[in-house]
Design a protein around this ligand. Sequence first.
Ligand SMILES: NC(=O)c1ccc[n+]([C@@H]2O[C@H](COP(=O)([O-])OP(=O)(O)OC[C@H]3O[C@@H](n4cnc5c(N)ncnc54)[C@H](OP(=O)(O)O)[C@@H]3O)[C@@H](O)[C@H]2O)c1
Length: 366
Amino acid sequence: MRLAKGLGLVRGARPLLGTFLRPRAAVAAAPARSQALVYEQHGEPARVLQLKDLERAELGHSGVHVKMLAAPINPADINMIQGTYALLPVLPAVGGNEGVGQVVEVGSHVTSLKPGDWVIPADAELGTWRTDAVFSEETLMKLPRDIPLLCAATLSVNPCTAYRMLADFETLGPGDSIIQNAANSGVGQAVIQIAAALGIKTINVIRDRPNLQEVVDRLTSLGADHVITEEMLRKPEMKDLFKKVPKPRLALNCVGGKSTTEMLRHIQQKGTMVTYGGMAKQPLTVPVSAFIFKDVKLRGFWMTQWKKDQTQNKDSLTGMILTLCDLIHKGQLTAPACTQVPLKDYRIALEASMKPFISSKQVLTM
Ligand SMILES: NC(=O)c1ccc[n+]([C@@H]2O[C@H](COP(=O)([O-])OP(=O)(O)OC[C@H]3O[C@@H](n4cnc5c(N)ncnc54)[C@H](OP(=O)(O)O)[C@@H]3O)[C@@H](O)[C@H]2O)c1
């Protein structure tokens, strides 16, 4: 597999979100109903989210009726509900930005989808935590139906982010290495697998924990070359590791704070650190020497922005998704470790998704 740079994507028009709370039509027939996790104000997700019975929008000529099958809870979904994310929906809104659904019915003007197709959101803000809804065609992307459900439900955010970060910042080839923190995150697991498929070595940093060996074994089974703790990252023994693997040209930072400082110590001359998450909620601390003596580059990445930037290049998102599906078919990319939770038990899933050391993506099933 080769990484394709600069591929573009389908720019999704907003779904028919605004219609879900509209007043009942003054006709005799009872409108179709759906259930959705709705928030009317920002705040702690367990407090502001409610499972509500909603009137479903009519199909019309261009609508696509989708029955949702599974949708994960990602950190960005939580931040969006808390009101701390860079992208905030018009309220009231349905939670969830990612997931997979199956097309039930399409309007007469819909050309790219048919009943039975599996679809994922083409962009953020679809509102995936619901049983079903009518969306507009442009907000959806068709997926091959022969990939596992959990792979499909978790494909559009983390594996795409991992793919782009490996492709767009440094030219990497077999034998090169990268370093990443929060390596057991959804993104981290995708980075390990995509890098392994490309022959790129990975140095994976995780937090120490009681079941450390279990996590190390899991990441190793995904193809991780080296798994170390944040503490080990600071030790002189790191020199021994770099006898086996070249210093990384690319560092992927999901944490911030001290973790960033330590990763930067090990990066190659003129290497790049890409920050895509800030789980420690601490600013980046960059040693002056990294700039002066190594001339490192500090960059950022946001998948949502990448998608917005590709609006004129419809093939780019589709191309990336098909490449990732190809890896799934070949057994080189699997879903992250997941816990499936029925939609009605969403509070349990929300609570687990916000706990440290869980190492399992909570996926709501409908
Ligand atoms: N920029 C983008 O386009 C983009 C795209 C996707 C995701 N993201 C971001 O990437 C991050 C990970 O997302 P995900 O879906 O992969 O998450 P996830 O699967 O829920 O994993 C969360 C990760 O964060 C770690 N973590 C949590 N709190 C931490 C702390 N205080 N210090 C250090 N590590 C901590 C966890 O490690 P433990 O097991 O040690 O708790 C785990 O590895 C999030 O910040 C998300 O918003 C960004």
